[in-house]
Design a protein around this ligand. Structure first.
Ligand code: DX5
Ligand code: ZN
Length: 215
């Protein structure tokens, strides 16, 4: 199943609830929640209190993307704040397996993420332990960047690795995805599409409908 996961990083935070309602009305199943700590990535976004507020008001599947150093320190807090899936960067910790196990023990789905320069081979030891792999298609840290075309080749490679192992897990792409290039990501084997600035601008409902037609 192909899934759109709109990233609220590009929402208008003054109207966050209304913006989320717009995507919910279009029957989008997931919402992507970008958490940045100013250390693992240069920018700082938001954290547990915002997630808690969103959780209270929506039944959407909350796909939390932790762009934070040593995520193992915070997985419990994000689980308690309402994440359905906790995605962390394998570059951010030397305790990847332990962090996967900790998220599972909290009853949440687990995703692992790689930055554009991280070789896909580094995912290999963990593929049969996770529910989702996220391949970044921009350097993490900011919305509204341009997709790095070489990252699409990495999506293709990860899909091949999953197929070779007979693993039917989600493959997510994040960064610079818009209505004109989403097809390329899908063809490469992604089935979860994150889109921030291409969704949360102008007519949000119309943007979502345009994406859903392509999925
Ligand atoms: C970037 C974030 C993305 C971002 C995507 O570090 O992980 O989720 O919000 O935004 P767009 O779709 O505008 O590239
Ligand atoms: Zn993200």
């Amino acid at each position: 199943m192909n899934i759109l996961s709109p990233s609220i990083l590009s929402a208008d935070f003054w109207h966050l609830g209304e913006d989320i309602c717009c995507v919910e009305q279009e029957k989008v199943p997931w919402l992507h929640v970008d958490v940045m700590d100013g250390i693992f990535v240069p920018s700082i976004s938001f954290g547990m209190p915002v997630l808690k507020c969103v959780r209270k008001q929506t039944d959407l599947f909350l796909d939390v993307h932790l762009m934070i150093d040593r995520p193992e320190r915070y997985v419990k807090e994000f689980a308690d704040s309402g994440a359905d899936l906790i995605n962390f960067h394998i570059e951010a910790t030397d305790q990847v397996k332990e962090t996967i196990a900790a998220i599972r023990a909290l009853g949440k789905k687990v995703g692992i993420t790689i930055k554009p320069k991280t070789p896909v081979e580094e995912l290999a030891p963990y593929l049969d332990l996770v529910d989702l792999v996220l391949v970044m298609t921009v350097e993490p840290g900011f919305g509204g960047q341009k997709l790095i075309p070489e990252c699409i080749d990495k999506v293709r490679e990860v899909r091949r690795m999953l197929d070779e192992r007979g693993l039917d897990i989600d493959l997510e792409v994040d960064g610079g995805i818009n209505i004109d290039n989403v097809q390329v990501a899908l063809e490469a084997g992604a089935n979860v599409i994150v889109a921030g600035s291409a969704v949360f601008k102008d007519d949000i409902g119309a943007n979502v409908r345009a994406f859903l037609e392509k999925l």
